[in-house]
Design a protein around this ligand. Sequence first.
Ligand SMILES: [Fe+2]
Length: 328
Amino acid sequence: MDREPKETSPGGFFGVSPYMIFPSAYGNFSIFLKFGNHHILYAKDGEAVTERHKAILYENGVEEVYIRTDDKPQFDDYVERNLSRILLDDNIPLPVRSRIFYSCAVNVLERALEAKLSLPLTSDRHRKLVKLVESSVSFLCRENVFKTLGSLMSHDRKVYTHSTNVFLYTLAMLETYSLPEEEKVHIGLGALLHDIGKSQIPAKILNKPGRLNAHEWEILKTHPVKGLALCSAVPLDQSTIHCILFHHEQCDGRGYPTGLTGANIPLPVKVVNVANRYDLATSPGPRDHPLTPFQGLTKMKEEMQEEIDMDVFRRLVMVLSGAGLVQP
Ligand SMILES: [Fe+2]
């Protein structure tokens, strides 16, 4: 699949679809039009693009506008902030939304790979993981699940960030198993979509500081089933479905929604469960302060022995030690 922005011109510009320019949003970059070999300034840095600006582009059949290569970091940041608007805008043709989502998701995930797993861009492990990320995101584009991810992003951005973190930890742990590439993609998708049902849970419950009362807790616990219902129209693999539905099951049988015990919990679910708990422990949340990677792992080892699969946990430690985040 093509990435968007497509190419860097020799003159130091790259072309993007005008759909990526959002009326009334300010960006720290200038927008140019191309006439022959010349780039003409259309909207200045820091100026909001108006509906009128956009109408002129459409009336004149402009299919591409141009941004300076030097402004690419600011442009990427702007697209990321406004991505959920694109994904949910039914006026934008689906193939265009799909290309934008693909390029943006891969960019975001590549940056997170470096930040969360400290993998140098040139390492073999990094390259393998990026390939898995690309295959997974291509699948999401093909099946249009990205529209649902768009609603999750606009509903609660923290849940979306959490989902991408769990996705990356899951893929990194899967690299320690010899599984077919396709199976890794299915499990990775399960990790990326595991909390999709939270788009149906009121934000005031998701973001409530302090403890939830019994009624709120019951509502929160419906998110795995709601997630499965949301994805029911998409032909997902059984591993993906298991990860969405069972990611809160525990080896001691005290999880939800069904109370499965260790031997009956599929391996992909155990991997997503460990990745999920580690990210919840080490990321800022409404109810707890984030722990360091070392503190997070210690807490899991001391307090969750009965609940999580300890072989999977050891693989997480191995992955993080390899990344230099904790001492082996
Ligand atoms: Fe969850």
